[in-house]
Write a protein that binds this ligand. Structure first.
Ligand code: GLU
Length: 391
């Protein structure tokens, strides 16, 4: 058997059913939503909305990464079907995104679901301050019961600093939000042992437990003409997702209600996650960043932190270093020993002002009400084993 592959269908062999996942990101390709001749495929969208409502009833948070702005916009602006110049596709995105967001809102409101539009650029997911901000906004939408409708901000993204494909954007969003499942809906029902365009008899691969070089080759190796777009970006998305602990499913979205179709046994490829999402995010906090500042705590705060609580300003005795909101700070006990690292919810100036004060006094002290914690427990890794930081 090929490395990284098993034969049995994941949905019928003890693999968690889709309804058991808690935070599901759905990536929807343009071709599913938009017919180049007639525009938006309303019946398909209505069935998709019913699938989303079904997932929500099963208890999952649902995030939608929807393509289709450019495809819709070029129809509306009558740009024809030929290749577009950059400024034309950006204009198409501007015109199409309005319609796209409205279409999603209308389709989901039929199921009493609220929506919120989020347009992201590459920097919003890669640069940690903006990452933290995007994460907080999307998290709040979810908490408030809304379905975030996400797309790349194509109207401002320039070629050097854009994703360009929503497969990888969706993978970043899914991992950023600690999602446990990413579903890529496209015009193909999963991965084949060779690109079907070159080998129509190629074997379908139902389950991938690790993205090995062999799996990558199936998507079309770097030297192949199939390497750009299509399955290649889906495998790249799979690497981003699975390494951060998010499972991924590639399914054919063409039929109405594609998620229920997979739940009823339609063919798909399931990529198993490598580890738990939270660990991946916390590994990122703990391992990859140099602390910009240091917070020294009193004993009560140390005890609270060790028992899994957030760090409140009241327990902070000393703030050192210059840092911005979202920077990494080392958290020390009163003897100067590092006990944790986390992402600061306030910059160093505001942190100094509110240190030692109660949460309810924050607005009075700094003029605005922001986060109640100085470092939220979701953004915190307790690491007693870390060596002391020299003074
Ligand atoms: N962001 C693009 C759009 O909405 C789509 C990118 C993609 O299809 O991957 O038109």
């Amino acid at each position: 058997m090929t490395a990284g592959v098993t034969a049995a269908h994941p949905m019928t062999t003890g693999m968690k059913p889709i309804s058991a996942f808690k935070r599901i990101t759905l990536k929807i390709g343009s071709a599913l939503l938009v017919d180049p001749a007639t525009g938006l495929k309303s019946a398909w969208l209505a069935a998709m909305a019913a699938d989303i409502a079904m997932l929500r009833r099963a208890g999952a948070d649902v995030l939608v990464v929807s393509s289709g702005a450019i495809a819709l916009g070029r129809t509306v602006l009558e740009l024809g079907r030929g290749p577009l110049r950059l400024e034309q596709s950006q204009a198409a995105a501007a015109a199409g995104q309005i319609l796209l967001a409205r279409a999603w809102d209308e389709a989901l409101s039929a199921h009493a679901l609220k929506t919120g539009q989020v347009l992201l650029t590459l920097g919003d997911t890669e640069e940690r301050r903006r990452y933290l901000n995007a994460r907080a906004t999307i998290g709040t939408l979810l908490k408030l019961g809304a379905v975030p409708i996400i797309n790349e901000n194509d109207t401002v993204a320039t070629s050097e600093i854009r994703y360009g494909d929503n497969d990888r954007l969706a993978a970043r969003v899914a991992t950023m939000m600690g999602g446990d499942l990413l579903i890529l809906l496209s015009d193909i029902d999963g991965l084949y042992a060779a690109p079907p365009a070159s080998d129509p008899d190629a074997r379908h691969i139902p389950f991938v437990n690790a993205i090995t070089p062999e799996i990558e080759a199936m998507a079309g190796g770097a030297a192949s003409i199939y390497s750009r777009g299509g399955m290649r970006t889906k495998i790249d998305a799979g690497k981003i997702a699975t390494l951060a602990g998010t499972a991924m499913l590639i399914a054919n979205g063409k039929a109405d209600g594609p998620v229920s179709a997979v739940m009823n046994g339609a063919r798909a490829t399931f990529f198993a996650p490598a580890e738990k999402p939270e660990r991946a995010y916390k590994t990122w906090i703990a391992g990859h960043l140099e602390p910009q500042g240091r917070l020294t705590l009193d004993e009560g705060a140390v005890a609270a932190l060790l028992s899994g609580k957030s760090l409140l300003p009241a327990g902070v005795r000393k703030v050192e270093g210059r840092f911005e909101r979202g920077d990494t700070v080392a958290i020390l006990d009163s003897s100067g020993r590092e006990i944790a690292r986390g992402l600061a919810a306030y910059d160093s100036g505001d942190a100094e002002t509110i240190a030692g004060h109660r949460t309810q006094d924050i607005p009075k002290l700094i003029g605005y009400a922001a986060r109640s914690a100085m470092v939220h427990r979701d953004d915190l890794v307790v690491s007693l084993a870390k060596p002391d930081i020299p003074a």
